[in-house]
Design a protein around this ligand. Structure first.
Ligand code: AMP
Length: 220
């Protein structure tokens, strides 16, 4: 394995993307750039962006393209991303964002666009049992027998259900995915860059599939 890669991981929220992105970022030694995590950090810090993002996120909507493109452009220009690469999680989410990303990455193009494919019904089931560390973002699965309060094994932070994981917000996000994000599949297919990875298997099996796909894409 050669360290370094510029990757996009697409897929419905709750498809296990976050966990796989953390693993891929360790495997390829690249930063995991999650726009959702960046927005949640802004919410915690109470910045102007955070106040706006909280309203949008709690309603299960999407933050505007211009704001998101600005945030990602700045993040991708930092030395770690320029030097080693990155894994983008949660961006792009609209065709407008994908077009802007193509322009941002003309000099250092993306190695692989992966679509982690998990059907909607299964995603709904998974999200309802999803719990996340408020501090470091590690994901956990609640099985109904969990200790309260729940402390993160990685950093000791509080493990809770995300405010936007209510059934209403989740359904709205999945509808938005079909409307706004699924056209990205066709967008990258047209460019002959999309690699669909079957996300219905154990996390270890899915991870192995992703690594195989990335290594294949890096070999060209
Ligand atoms: P995530 O953690 O990726 O599920 O993102 C949580 C929420 O942040 C989403 O439901 C959106 O409201 C917002 N968000 C994250 N990334 C983007 C993006 N690329 N474009 C617009 N909104 C975003």
């Amino acid at each position: 394995m050669i360290p370094g890669a510029r990757l996009i991981l697409l897929g419905r929220q709750g498809a296990g993307k976050g966990t796989q992105c953390v693993r891929l970022s360790r495997h390829y030694v690249v930063p995991h750039i999650s726009t959702g995590d960046m927005l949640r950090a802004a919410v915690r810090e109470g910045t102007e962006l955070g106040v706006l993002a909280k309203q949008v996120m709690d309603a299960g909507g999407l933050v505007g393209d211009d704001i998101m493109i600005g945030i990602v452009r700045e993040r991708l220009s930092r030395p770690d991303a320029v030097g080693r690469g990155y894994i983008l999680d949660g961006f792009p989410r609209t065709v407008g964002q994908a077009e802007a990303l193509d322009l941002i990455t003309t000099q250092l193009p993306i190695d692989a666009v992966l679509d982690l494919d998990v059907p909607r019904d299964l995603v709904l089931q998974r999200i309802s049992s999803r719990r996340v560390c408020r501090d470091c973002g590690t994901n956990y699965v609640a099985d109904g027998h969990d200790k309260q309060p729940w402390i993160c094994e990685v950093c000791g932070g509080d493990v809770t259900q995300r405010d936007d994981d209510t059934p209403e917000a989740v359904n709205r996000r999945l509808d938005l995915y079909e409307e706004q994000t699924s056209p990205l599949i066709a967008y990258y297919q047209r460019q002959d860059r999309l690699i669909v990875v079957d996300g219905v298997a154990s996390p270890d099996v899915v991870f192995a599939r992703l690594v195989e796909a990335v290594d294949g894409a890096k070999r060209g």
